[in-house]
Design a protein around this ligand. Sequence first.
Ligand code: SD4
Length: 322
Amino acid sequence: MKAAAGLGLAPVLARSGVAAVLSLLKFSQSNDRSHMRGKFQGPVVISTWPFGEKANETAMSILSRGESCLDAVEKGINVIEADPDVRSVGYGGLPNADGVVELDAAIMSGLGHRAGSVAALQRIMHPISVARKVMELTPHVMLVGEGALRFALKNGFKKTNLLTPKSKQHWLEWKARRDSHDTIGMVALDLNGNLATGCSTSGLAWKLPGRVGDSPLIGAGLYVDNDVGGASATGFGEEILKYCASFLVVEHMRSGMAPEEACKAVLKRITTKDPKNKGVQIGLIALNKNGQWGGASIKKGFSFAVASPEMGILKEADSVLL
Ligand code: SD4
């Protein structure tokens, strides 16, 4: 991972050949740590999807300097929001059915159990930062649509055209197929033992204007409890939010489950309650108070990135259907 190299961290996952095998072996050692208990292993950051590596690079440089997990989550996610090649988050995100990019994001701080969120926000590149301002400057948790935009502009955010020529082209070609669509979700543990989580997305491509997914909803797309751990979700938001998936992951960890086990328990509930959900993709990531981490998904194909001062990896999550 370039991120790790940039930080002078240990060599990390290579993605092909012998190096990949070695990395996987290395991973399985690292993964064992997700079942260890009782020993603080921060700072640690975990993020969804391969682009999570790039977000982790920024987040880990903040955490390594002893700065807060909240800054790490916000700034890490900002990197992906500004990347025009990530078609599912921020600038360059795929638009709704009207060809308008509408963004959802939320941030939650374990310290003080505070949260802020925005939904259906148009023309602002960094919804996670607006969500943080909602948390810090208002008595509210969530602002949507026009009100969220007005709040952002009042607080110094600038209007940007988020529809890149490439995304516009995709939109024009739309109707034939549905692109895969990935949220940046992140959970970070800082050197002080505090946890924060955040997520940011342009939501399902071609969604109905005004549609809100799981990502900005506290308990669905993200949740953290400073005494226990944090979680974030990606995938088909309508199902994630009906099960309060991130909240449930944290509650399972509270009752003693390791992070990966907690993610799997939630996904099993979702697929048992409604077997049709075996056909949808949901990925969950979790990090507990001690720095143990894990993730899982309904179907194969979900990966997540983990970084600490000693290592950085990209891991293919276990599917609960196997
Ligand atoms: C949503 N959960 O809006 C988001 C989209 C996503 O991987 O994460 N896709 O439903």
